[in-house]
Every structure is written in structure tokens, then in C-alpha cells.
Design a protein around this ligand. Structure first.
Ligand code: GLN
Length: 541
């Protein structure tokens, strides 16, 4: 039997609803249940793929090639369950589907309305593609009260009714602000938020209350009384130092017990020893390394969420704290120097789009190459490392990427044709921008004596992609002659997937996004080895 837990947010955004959902998923998993997590996003874009990272943070790509909300990254990292295309939906997708169906005449003359047509499509999504999961956790994006969210809340209200309360539960995440001048935690915003939900016909079963301080029994009783929930179902969600403490902290406050109680399930306490172990390693490491991230969207750390998590996993694997130095690539261009990189033990140039900051990233790659500092280039970071090596190692004049316009030597160019599971995908300059990149999991073969072959301990790998441009295979021999080897390629040998410099302590560029597959309990081998190399480097400087 599949049970559904619907998770909404109130009072303010950025309360960590995604993390809370992921933590609840991991706690239910620790009790032996099979879980699945989903995100319902009320915005009108079909997916976040066309949004600026400043608007929406990172775009998380699934194995099956969907561009999704970054919360799916939290879900995967906390539960180890790979997300699928069917785990994230938006208003844009729901309306596209309903309108296409209307055009096909499948509504048989009906007037199409939000209720029931849009809400039915949302309900269908929630109930679709479920195997034998015990729990499906559905997080509703945004904050209760948003206009866009109304059809979603109506749909989950109806589902609660249709499934029955023994199969559905509503969890509402709120904030208890602390007013320093009064020395008090305030419950009023929570009361208002619950009132708003009630006005839409949803009585939450459990309130997860974010707060900076532990709150009193009196506060708990007051919230219970005003919001019409059991006292034990008012669960404090206190600030913690490390995200790995969240499952333990929520468990100690009774979250999973209360969820199981709602469904009439009694079970012994979960074994959370692996969370305890990882928290300990994360909070008390034995050393430190400094890694520079040279990118473009430095104003919003969520733009590189999976990346910073993967680096932290690499740190945990090596028992060191990874201190991140976030650097705007443009500052190198303006200053004409990369002196900010002098004191770091590793340099990472992550994925990116567009010309702004590109020359700064090329300067960072050059510094890392010449000074023998470990360099990890991811997607755009690989492409810029190739441009750098082409210009400065191989002496290819005018080497560049056609992403920035025509150039004399396109060592990076638009991908116009590639193979996807035996089918040829084709693109041109005029193709739509949304959902048309090379997306999702692709196989890659590793060169026999390459460094990456040793790191992965495998000859064939599969990694997730999200890019429109590719390194031009035509330059392979020239670049190899100069010292930059193509050590990973698509199975047909046409697409360069990995480059490395064998003569360098650690210089690797990958066309895919390994950070998307790194998990705290299964750190990605490239991140583990990059941090290991950074530890070696830290002993030198
Ligand atoms: N802009 C580059 C491309 O489209 C790199 C993309 C990325 O880094 N994700 O190929």
C-alpha cells in the first residue's frame, strides 16, 4: 500500500522544505520503508532549464534527462534513490498537457477549467509511475498563499479526500520567528499560515516548526490549540550546524514517530548510526583544504548546490574540511592577474553558460596547469581548459568556443548530432532553447592507461550531461601531442567526455556533471580523488 505525505510551506520561503522532505524520506527509509520523493512546482515555466541560476538556483538533471528542481538533489543525496522525470512537475507542464489534450479533442466538448481539468492532471501526476513504494512524499513548491500554488493545494486537498486519511497526510513547515528585543518566539505567523491552509480546506496533521531556539511546552501547546493539531504533532525543527544532523534532530523531536502514528504504524526506533557517523566526520575532520570555485553565479550559493555538496562528500571521504573560496571569474579579467588563487590547494571551474567570465576561467585553468595545482573542470570548466591548452600548449591561434560567436579554431563547437540510445538527436542554431541540450545519463569509455580509469576503477561509466557544445574531436591528435589527452569518449568514439594532462599532478576536465551523482554515503570517486590530490598539494605549500 502506498501512502502519501504532502508537504507544504508557510510564512516565508527558504525554510528548507526540500531538506526537511529529504530528511523525512531518509527517516522512513531507516524504518525499512521504500520511499519516493516528488516536487510539485507551481511556476509557469515548463522546467527550470531556461531560468537563470539566480532565479532558481541549480538545475538538477536526472538520469532520464529531465531538468528539474534542485530539491531533487537533496532527495537523491539523502535517500540514495535516483530521481526520475516523473518526480518533478510544474504548472507549465500541467497546462501544456491539458491544452494539448484539448486540441486533440479529447475532452469531448467540455469547457476546460482549473477544477476539474487542471486539478485532475495534477492528481494524475501525483499518482502516476509508482511501483511498490510504501511512501510517496510530495513537496509543494512555494509558500501557502501564492496564487500559482492554489490548483496544487486544491488537488492535494481532493486527494486526501479520495485516498482516505489512512493513506494521506499533510505536513506543514512553518517558522517561529524569534524577536530578540522581546526575547520571545512568536507563534502568530504559524497560526495565520495554518488559517490560510484551512481556508483552502486543508487541515495539517503535523506542523514542523523551524526556529532558532528550542521552544517551550507552553508554545507547543498554544500552537496545537490554535492550529487544531495534536500537541505531539507540533514538531520543533531547530537550526543545526550540519545538514547531516537534520534526520537525527527531526527524529529526536519525534517527526517520524508522529508520521507513523498518523498511519497507525508501530515500529521499533530506526537505526541512525550511519547518520551519526557522517555527522561526526563532517563536524570534526582532521585537516583542512582550500578549494577555489571560479564561476559566475557567486551571489547565490544555491546555483552550485550539488557541487558544494559533492566537494563536502570528498572532504568527508578524506577526513578533511573543504573550505570553499568562491571567486567571480570576471575579477581575474579586470585585475589581469589570478593572485587570488595563490593560496588554494585545488581549483574547480564548474558548469556555466555564455561569454561573461570565460577568459577569467581560462586564466584560472592556465594558472592551475602551469603551477601544478590540482584542477577540476566540469562541463564549461572542461571546455575552457581545452581552449586554454589549445592556445597555450598546442599553439593553436584563435582557439575558442563557438558559444561566443564564430572563431578561427573552434576547439569547442555546437553539438549538431549525437546518438541517444540508438536514435540520432539533431540540433541546429535555431533549435528551441528549452529541453534541447544533451541531457541525462550517457555512457562513456575510459582510456586504458588513463588517470580516470584508475580513479573510477572501471572501464565504462555513465554520467549525467547538460550541455549544448562539445570539445571538437578533430583536435584530438594535436592536443594529445601537446600533452592534453582525451581519456574518456562516448562509446562511438565521437564525443570527447574527459580530458586530462598525464604530466600534471591532477588536471582533469569532464564534459558531464559528476556532482549530480555524489552522495554522502557514496562520495563520487572524482571528488574523493580531487580532494585527496588537494590534501597532497596542501602538504607542499
Ligand atoms: N555552455 C556550455 C555548453 O552548453 C557548458 C554547459 C555547462 O557547463 N553545463 O556546452
Amino acid at each position: 500500500m502506498t501512502r502519501f505525505v504532502f508537504i507544504t510551506g508557510g510564512v516565508v520561503s527558504s525554510l528548507g522544505k526540500g531538506l526537511a522532505s529529504a530528511a523525512l524520506g531518509s527517516l522512513l527509509q531507516a524504518r525499512g520503508f521504500k520511499v519516493r520523493l516528488r516536487k510539485l512546482d507551481p511556476y509557469i515555466n515548463v522546467d527550470p532549464g531556461t531560468m537563470s541560476p539566480y532565479q532558481h538556483g541549480e538545475v538538477y538533471v536526472t538520469d532520464d534527462g529531465a531538468e528539474t528542481d534542485l530539491d531533487l538533489g537533496h532527495y537523491e543525496r539523502f535517500t540514495g534513490v535516483s530521481a526520475r522525470r516523473t518526480d518533478n512537475v510544474t504548472t507549465g507542464q500541467i497546462y501544456s498537457k491539458v491544452i494539448a489534450k484539448e486540441r486533440r479533442g479529447e475532452y469531448l466538448g467540455a469547457t476546460i477549467q482549473v477544477i476539474p481539468h487542471i486539478t485532475n492532471a495534477i492528481k494524475e501526476f501525483v499518482l502516476s509511475d509508482i511501483d511498490d513504494e510504501d511512501f510517496v512524499l510530495c513537496e509543494i513548491g512555494g509558500t501557502v498563499g501564492d496564487i500559482e500554488g492554489l490548483p496544487f493545494l486544491e488537488a492535494i486537498r481532493q486527494l486526501g479526500n479520495e485516498l482516505g486519511r489512512d493513506k494521506a497526510m499533510y505536513v506543514h513547515l512553518t517558522l517561529l520567528p524569534y524577536i530578540a528585543a522581546a526575547g520571545e518566539l512568536k507563534t502568530k505567523p504559524t497560526q495565520h499560515s495554518v488559517k490560510e491552509l484551512l481556508s483552502l480546506g486543508i487541515q495539517p496533521d503535523l506542523l514542523l516548526c523551524r526556529s532558532e531556539h528550542q521552544f517551550s511546552d507552553g508554545d507547543r501547546s498554544k500552537i496545537a490549540q490554535f492550529c487544531n493539531v495534536r500537541r505531539d504533532s507540533v514538531v520543533p525543527a531547530l537550526d543545526v550546524e550540519s545538514i547531516y544532523q537534520v534526520p537525527i534532530s527531526y527524529h529526536e523531536q519525534g517527526l517520524d514517530d508522529e508520521v507513523l502514528r498518523h498511519f497507525g504504524i508501530e515500529l521499533p526506533a530506526p537505526d541512525l548510526s550511519r547518520w551519526k557517523k557522517i555527522t561526526k566526520r563532517a563536524l570534526a575532520p582532521e585537516g583542512d583544504v582550500a578549494i577555489a570555485i571560479v564561476g559566475k553565479y557567486m551571489g547565490l550559493k544555491d546555483a552550485y548546490k550539488s557541487l558544494s555538496e559533492a566537494l563536502a562528500h570528498g572532504g568527508i571521504a578524506n577526513n578533511v574540511r573543504v573550505n570553499l573560496k568562491w571567486l567571480e571569474a570576471e575579477i581575474f579579467e579586470e585585475a589581469g592577474t589570478v593572485e587570488h588563487l595563490e593560496d588554494v590547494h585545488g581549483i574547480l571551474v564548474p558548469g556555466g553558460f555564455g561569454e561573461r567570465g570565460a577568459e577569467g576561467k581560462i586564466m584560472a585553468a592556465k594558472f592551475a596547469r602551469e603551477r601544478h595545482v590540482p584542477y577540476f573542470g566540469i562541463c564549461f570548466g572542461m571546455q575552457m581548459a581545452v581552449v586554454e591548452a589549445a592556445r597555450n600548449l598546442a599553439g593553436i591561434k584563435g582557439a575558442g568556443s563557438t558559444e561566443f560567436g564564430p572563431c578561427d579554431a573552434p576547439v569547442v563547437g555546437l553539438m549538431t548530432e549525437w546518438d541517444k540510445d540508438g536514435v540520432t538527436e539533431q540540433r541546429g542554431e535555431d533549435s528551441d532553447k528549452g529541453g534541447t541540450m544533451r541531457l541525462g545519463a550517457y555512457d562513456c569509455n575510459l582510456g586504458d592507461n588513463s588517470r580516470v580509469r584508475g580513479i573510477y576503477g572501471n572501464k565504462a561509466i555513465s554520467e549525467r550531461h547538460r550541455h549544448r557544445y562539445e570539445v571538437n574531436i578533430a583536435y584530438e591528435a594535436e592536443l594529445a601531442g601537446a600533452g592534453l589527452v582525451f581519456s574518456g569518449k562516448s562509446p562511438d568514439g565521437v564525443l570527447p567526455e574527459i580530458v586530462e594532462i598525464p604530466e600534471h599532478p591532477w588536471f582533469i576536465g569532464v564534459q558531464f556533471h559528476p556532482e549530480l551523482k555524489s552522495r554522502p554515503f557514496e562520495p563520487h570517486p572524482l571528488f574523493t580523488d580531487f580532494i585527496r590530490a588537494a590534501v597532497d598539494q596542501s602538504r607542499l605549500v
